[in-house]
Design a protein around this ligand. Structure first.
Ligand code: ZN
Length: 135
């Protein structure tokens, strides 16, 4: 497998509209838009930083993964996403190497990306997302 770059860093927040002030007005980053991914019960907002992005994540439902994360740990760093060339190949290879996968098959993420998560138990406590995008 080949990792091309850090695609984005995911940060869980209670309210995107409140956190957006920090990233846009205070840190001066460009706000690249919001998107709700119903299947994941999440609304995301992207702020490009150089070759990567910051992704803010707000839950759309009290039983969504971000709501559960906030309940357990409070707002903050939630996942790191690596851009890969071929996500199916990467998942297959990681599986063969004994890495526990949350997603055996890629699912649809924000911006039409194909995404899949690795289990933090296999990655020293860090939730790792792989993503493949057309660009
Ligand atoms: Zn992400």
């Amino acid at each position: 497998m080949k990792i091309l770059k850090i695609d984005h860093i995911g940060i869980a927040v209670e309210k995107i509209d409140e956190a957006k002030k920090l990233y846009e007005e205070i840190l001066g980053l460009e706000f690249a838009g919001k998107e709700t991914v119903e299947e994941q019960k999440v609304t995301t907002a992207f702020f490009p930083v150089g070759d990567s992005e910051v992704e803010l994540l707000e839950s759309t439902s009290p039983d969504g993964p971000i709501a559960k994360f906030l309940e357990k740990r409070g707002p903050g760093f939630q996942h790191i996403a690596f851009r890969v060339e071929n996500i199916e190949e990467a998942l297959q290879e990681l599986k063969e190497k004994g890495i526990r996968l949350i997603d055996e098959k890629p699912r649809k993420g924000a911006g039409g990306a194909k995404i899949a998560f690795l289990h933090p138990k296999s990655t020293f406590g860090v939730l790792v997302e792989l993503c493949e995008r057309e660009e």
